[in-house]
Ligand binder design. Structure first.
Ligand code: IPM
Ligand code: MG
Length: 359
């Protein structure tokens, strides 16, 4: 089959990890006789420099025409002024809104080969950690009305956290559907003891739960949820949460699995279309050094094969290859531990490609 993929390498380590991941994808294409066409596009800091805007119209237009989007990372020291009117992050938010990607899947899996790099004790890790964070991505405080003013000489600013029942229902359904394919447990995380929007959120989640009698549902307040995630991460299967809590919890979940350099993500709307990106950022401190971990992007590409193209076998081949490479002891700097073999970004990609070839 032939697929058209929009590729946004972005800033910092983005281009390095994307380059290596496309190498992996090309290997899969060859092995399974597919054709992947890449349409390279600009967004983020590099687009600000080249065109004066973080998300050029053409980029969004081309993404809409494609079957899926691969995004590296965007942002960097050069554009890192939260007071600026034009910021790289607007590209990510613009893509999410413009492509209606309301569902963000962030699997946090601690590979059995990486137990030693998790900061958690082995008694807590036990047999391993496998959590799927289902984060609402186009609503809530990120997209609510915001503004600033000076009132009686005093500066003020506000952001509004608002959800309607439809936005909650569609993301809740995805959490329950995902749980049906996993361990049939959904933990909803909100702040219903304080926030009105969380109370509506919780009520709608409970309504959706009625259609899924085989799935166990429980609720946690965000503060307790953040604590439970490090205290006993094995209690979680699917975590359902809103945009901002999901942002925070997914970074926390990534750390307990060893490194943020390992975690992929899928941002989905309808019709199987999706944007795939590592959850790590542009890491400008290590950009250009060739030492970044490409596995999060490689695993994002694997998610693309599964969720958008329905290529389950091809997706699994990448996952298995990554696992094999870790088993053999190859490690980028972020996941390096004693006795393991240190490799750079490109070498890690080559190892994965080699494993795919041998499968
Ligand atoms: C993420 C990032 C983004 C977010 C930023 C870059 C806007 O932190 O994808 O988690 O807050 O969603
Ligand atoms: Mg984040």
């Amino acid at each position: 089959m032939e697929y058209n993929i929009a590729v946004i390498p972005g800033d910092g380590i983005g281009p390095e990890v994307v380059d290596v991941s496309l190498g992996v994808l090309n290997k899969v294409a060859k092995k399974f006789n597919h054709k992947f066409n890449y349409n390279f596009l600009q967004a983020g800091g590099c687009a600000i420099d080249a065109e004066g805007v973080p998300l050029p119209e053409n980029t969004l237009k081309e993404c809409k025409k494609s079957d899926a989007v691969i995004l590296g990372a965007i942002g960097g020291f050069k554009w890192d002024n939260p007071e600026a009117k034009i910021r790289p992050e607007q590209a990510i938010l613009g893509l999410r809104a413009g492509l209606n990607l309301y569902c963000n899947l962030r699997p946090a899996i601690l590979s059995k080969w990486l137990k030693e790099v998790s900061p958690l004790k082995s008694s807590i890790i036990g047999e391993g950690i496998d959590i799927l964070v289902v984060r609402e991505l186009t609503g809530g405080i990120y997209f609510g009305e915001k503004g600033k003013a000076v009132v009686n000489g005093v500066e003020e600013a506000y952001d509004t956290l608002k959800y309607n029942e439809n936005e909650i229902r569609r993301i809740a359904k995805i959490a329950f559907e995902s749980a049906m394919k996993r361990n049939r447990k959904v933990t909803n995380i909100d702040k219903a003891n304080v926030l009105e929007s969380s109370r509506l959120w919780r009520r709608i989640v409970e309504e959706v739960a009625e259609e899924y009698s085989e799935v166990e549902l429980n609720h946690l307040y965000i503060d307790n949820g953040a604590m439970q995630l490090v205290k006993n991460p094995r209690q979680f299967d699917v975590i359902l949460t809103d945009n901002m809590f999901g942002d925070i919890l997914s970074d926390e979940a990534s750390m307990i699995t060893g490194s943020i350099g390992m975690l992929p993500s899928a941002s989905l709307g309808g019709n199987n279309f999706g944007l795939y990106e590592p959850i790590h950022g542009s890491a400008p401190d290590i950009a250009g050094k060739g030492i970044a971990n490409p596995l999060a992007t490689i695993l994002s590409v694997s998610m693309m094969l599964k969720y958008t193209f329905g290529l389950e076998k091809e997706s699994k081949v990448i996952e298995d290859a990554v696992s094999k490479v870790l088993e053999k002891g190859y490690r980028t700097l972020d996941i390096l531990s004693e006795g393991k073999i240190k490799v750079c970004t490109k070498e890690m990609g080559d190892m994965v490609i080699k494993e795919i070839g041998g499968m």
